[in-house]
Design a protein around this ligand. Sequence first.
Ligand code: HEM
Length: 406
Amino acid sequence: MEMSSVLHVLRDPAGIPAVPALFQLLMVLTWVFHIAFVTLALGTAALSIYAFYGHPGSEDWQRLSMAMTKVAKVSVSLLIVLGVAPLLFTQVIYDPQWYASNVLSARWAIGFIASLIVAYCLWFAFYWGNHEGAKRYIGLYAIVGLVLFLMDGLIMHVLSYQAILPQRWMDWYAPGGVIDMNGGALHAIEWPRYLFIISLSIPAVGVFLIAYSDYFSVREDKSKDYLQFARNLGRKIGFWGFLIATGLLIWWQFDHPADTHLVWQPFGWLMVMALLLMANILRDEKSSLSGYKLVAGGMGILTMVAIWREVVRVTYLKPFGYVVSDYKVNVDWPSTFLFFSTFIGVGGLVGGFYLTLLYQSGRVAGRYEAKGFVAKLGTGAVAIVALWIAVFLAYGTTIYIRNALI
Ligand code: HEM
């Protein structure tokens, strides 16, 4: 059977509940948030280790190490939660590719979860021990943790990359005609792509440090010198980080197979220009930069990367006649409605409440009491969760009874 037929046969025969373009858009957009926290976690983790070992005796570096350890801790939990949404959307429209790739490297796909658990536990051990006068050996937990996080990123990369190379699946599944069900190999790695995406962790932590210094600038109890130190460091790291990422992106551009013509796609070069623009903004030591605007710029870059990954995927799969637009659609309005109302209602209101609360509470020293708008948001968030549980149960019960009666 031809590979293009295989890809179509492997699709879910039940079809999907709404137009494919909707899932494609959501997959691209939700991945932006996943990779934002991936880059922040890796960047802050690396910086906290460097600050831990690099400048013993310096109070600023010690404070920075402890602060970055906490940021990395929270970011890992967010990158995991925010990875679920694009994972679900990929499985909906690219199910043949995603499952084939996972089965071909099954041991790694399963090991990914175990190693992530071990890495996160190690990070917690480091976080626990990283205080004034911390023992030097605890840095080892952090180093092993970070190496495992990077390995998990590599596994994610391999699963994504193998998925767009269906022409090679049979060679991996049955090398020399002999079936190999081991699932123990990482069959294809595209180093420029992996290193480029990972390198974005450098500017991510740089930009974050500037926003961090802006954010705490209103707090009386935060030392102005320390915040200035964080800002200067952030600018330097951000500047060099954007330049390093530019170099790696250009390498990736020239690594695409010639017949894809991706190297001449203007969007790829627009990304190069956007990275250089960010580097240029961070170049001037004297300019007063707004951390929040830089974060918005960084999110813009990640959105471009997300779109580019999809352009690459669509281009690689086109010769196999695989386009998501011809996926069988079986419209299911109730589930689509439930999904969007959950996304906007629960996600928007509860997520919005948490974000507002965290933002406001961090800007006051000592105890924070939510009043006015924030308090109303809190009440709204609890109410919407209660309503959601009621609708969810009512919906499930109705379907169960209807099926039982048929
Ligand atoms: C430390 C842990 C993780 C790291 C460092 C990481 C890193 C990455 C990287 C670098 C990519 C892009 C790969 C590429 O385009 O070549 C990626 C993609 C992705 N990651 Fe993660 N990730 C981690 C954990 C997770 C988790 C826990 C989930 C799910 C719950 C997840 C879901 C995804 C999805 C769905 C994609 C896109 C797959 C696709 O479009 O084909 N990741 N991740």
